[in-house]
Design a protein around this ligand. Structure first.
Ligand code: FES
Length: 373
């Protein structure tokens, strides 16, 4: 078919010129139609990165900015911004005839991808042989220059010291020592905008939550998560961490991929006041959604009690309590024993996580459409 026969009318030129960039469909293909300085441009609407809808983005100069993670493509020629010219989205000829905009649906530029070396976290989770590995995650906040005694940290350190003493490799991560951004809600734009590795991790080399991802997805078998109780909930740093872990759960939804298998989580919860059960319920519910397992009696906890305001005595109480220290080591032992059994039996994870009644997006039928278009 000649080009003259291919032109597709997409609308009134005066009307279309009013919007800098918009998404249109041409013969079923999603196209980002733009207008600036009296010139129309048309490029494929599926971003090279993760299929974001370029037509729903905005213009910066002559570049369409993807609304998901801000990759930029020339609105007429389709190539990426400076340094990324090898990344190209298909570009289409556009003309105005008799006051109507017409697009040739046969691209004059083809899609091309600049090779991007995969992020180290993107490798397939494959466990190296060896004894069960135990990760401790401290979520309590404090002044790094003038640290204080933390009851949840103390019990976590007791558990890790015990694990090391009986031959298990251990790693301790203190969230307060990491610089990491809050979740910026990519999932709230579209499920596919929340990527693995995390979109922030991929775009910001200074973000240090990669240490937590590495521990959960690749290195650890047992994760002991310690938190204080703050106003009846877990610590602010705990929530800051788990919001960023949406990308792990989201892989089940968008890629039918269960990143966490045979992982055991135990919780250490301490507070001056109460609500242990509420905090434990939230923590176990979250890690259950990620596909983690739990030993019998999966948390140890302590509070001083609703009426007590003598927190200095609470510190002494935990420091002196052999029962609490024993409970922390026993939680570690139970979790290690379960992880050991899981590693020996390699149970199959449900292919679609099993927690929702309906099938999820995994096969590519989501909003993003076909990123190869
Ligand atoms: S920048 Fe477009 S999908 Fe990520």
């Amino acid at each position: 078919m000649s080009q003259e026969e291919r032109w597709v009318d997409v609308g009134d030129a005066a009307e279309l010129a009013r919007t800098p960039v918009r998404q249109i469909l041409v013969n079923g293909a999603r196209i980002a139609l733009s207008h600036a300085n009296g010139v129309f441009g048309a490029v494929n609407g599926n971003c090279n990165h993760a299929g974001g809808p370029l037509g729903q983005g905005h213009l910066e100069g002559d570049y369409v900015v993807c609304p998901w993670h801000q990759w930029r493509f020339h609105r007429v020629e389709g190539h990426g911004e400076r340094g990324f010219e090898e990344d190209v989205v298909p570009a289409y000829h556009v003309r105005v005839k008799d006051g109507r905009v017409q697009v040739d649906p046969k691209p004059h530029k083809k899609r091309a991808r600049k090779p991007h070396s995969p992020h180290p976290l993107a490798r397939s989770p494959e466990r190296d042989p060896g004894p069960v590995r135990v990760v401790g995650i401290s979520t309590t906040a404090m002044n790094l220059e003038y640290p204080r005694f933390s009851t949840s940290d103390a019990l976590l350190e007791t558990a890790l010291a015990h694990a090391a003493a009986v031959g298990h490799p251990t790693r301790l991560i203190k969230l307060r020592e990491l610089h990491f951004r809050t979740c910026e809600g990519y999932y709230s734009k579209a499920a596919r905008a929340c990527t693995w590795p995390c979109s922030i991790t991929q775009m910001d080399a200074t973000d240090q939550l990669d240490q937590v991802y590495e521990a959960f997805v690749h290195w650890g078998d047992v994760m002991l998560v310690a938190t204080p109780i703050r106003w009846g909930g877990a610590s602010a740093l705990y929530y800051k961490m788990i919001e960023r872990m949406n990308c792990i759960q989201n892989q089940v939804t968008i890629a039918n991929r269960t990143l966490l298998r045979n992982k055991v989580v135990g919780a250490i919860i301490t507070g001056g006041q109460d609500n242990v059960q509420g905090v434990a319920g939230q923590m176990l519910g979250f890690f259950a959604e990620l596909g983690c397992h739990f030993a019998q009696f999966p948390y140890v906890a302590h509070t001083r009690g609703w009426s007590a305001e003598d927190m200095e005595k609470n510190v002494q109480m935990v420091q002196r309590s052999e029962e609490l220290q024993l409970a922390a080591t026993e939680l570690c032992d139970r979790s290690v024993a379960l992880a050991d059994r899981l590693l020996q039996t390699e149970p199959n994870a449900s292919p679609r996580a099993g927690r929702k009644g309906r099938h999820l997006l995994a096969s590519g039928d989501g909003e993003a459409g076909d990123a190869n278009g």
